[in-house]
Design a binder for this molecule. Sequence first.
Ligand SMILES: [Fe+2]
Ligand SMILES: [Fe+2]
Length: 197
Amino acid sequence: MPSPIENLVTRRVEALPKGLQDHIHRAQSEARLLAQRHRLDMEKTLLATLAHDVARAMKGEQLLERADELGVSVHPVEHQVPLLLHGPVGAELLRQVDGLEDDEIYEAVCWHSTAHTGLGDVAKAVFLADKMDPHKAHRFPNIPRIRELAMETLDEAIVQFLSDEMTSLIASGGLVHPASVDARNALLLHLQEKAAS
Ligand SMILES: [Fe+2]
Ligand SMILES: [Fe+2]
């Protein structure tokens, strides 16, 4: 039997545009592979992936309004690129309105666009599964490499993705979210320490 929070998330997803629902289901297929490979809690990983884009259909202005209502602090980079708020706003809607209590699902939804330091494996898998949607291949040409890495180690795959993404953002004069910079540094330091030990 689905849990009350699963029912609420499903209801939110069913109200999203069809194209977005299709993306969510493709991301779930990728998340299933990652959860199997890395022995993650399957039910939780799939529910977090189902939930990750509940606020993705909101326009920038609405995201800024909802962020204000829900008490989400807005970084100047997010003021400029409000789309980056769909993770935090979605996570707070689930927590404050739907009664989500699971911190792993919360952080997976909150940080699926930018990544963040200290994420657990469920959040790492959701971050990668979202990017591994085959329909995003035109946006992320390095995805075959990310997919290969993700089947080995989630951390290396995230570092590779963030490095590629930042390189391309910087080349086009774009803003880089500080959470992505911090996440990449922390993961790189962790991988270096692991390699040295
Ligand atoms: Fe998203
Ligand atoms: Fe997504």
